[in-house]
Unconditional design. Sequence first.
Lengths: 113, 109
Amino acid sequence: SAVISQKPSRDICQRGTSLTIQCQVDSQVTMMFWYRQQPGQSLTLIATANQGSEATYESGFVIDKFPISRPNLTFSTLTVSNMSPEDSSIYLCSVGGQGGEQYFGPGTRLTVT
Amino acid sequence: KQEVTQIPAALSVPEGENLVLNCSFTDSAIYNLQWFRQDPGKGLTSLLLIQSSQREQTSGRLNASLDKSSGRSTLYIAASQPGDSATYLCAPGAQKLVFGQGTRLTINP
């Protein structure tokens, strides 16, 4: 299994500012995934982060709003830019295991005021 | 586009009951299906992974079955306990997972 940590665990931010969320994995992985869970909703995939290439974004998500970095095989960041209250969500990163299962980090709870 | 539906949306039962949670999906060309639990405000804990060549998986009091042809999976929880209270999510897919809305389960002592 993979052990995933995220920083910060939670934050309260003002409208118009940006927040960068970090995701650290205890093993090298090819792909890392970023999900968003809006209040009362299920998880939605934002993008896939590959080391050494641009992230691939899902429909409805754009790089200008959610820039992603992937500097090495154990680390990734997701930035939520120019935040509005609609960005208040839990943001989770995940990685795949060797057996095909997906593992998730503890999440970052973001509140935008 | 894969769509996932979970029934019931919420369930409240007394401790000790056996439960069945249902998951249906529209695209049967899936590679895997995974069941997770999510405690309030927390991340996801993987419960069971069923690969496409498998029909079911068991872990302790949990048993998950998969019928790809009908686009259905069920999670069976035996002898439920208050600690089982959580939201249960099913997610078909290999790496890019599509999630249902979940079943919010409450086990009453």
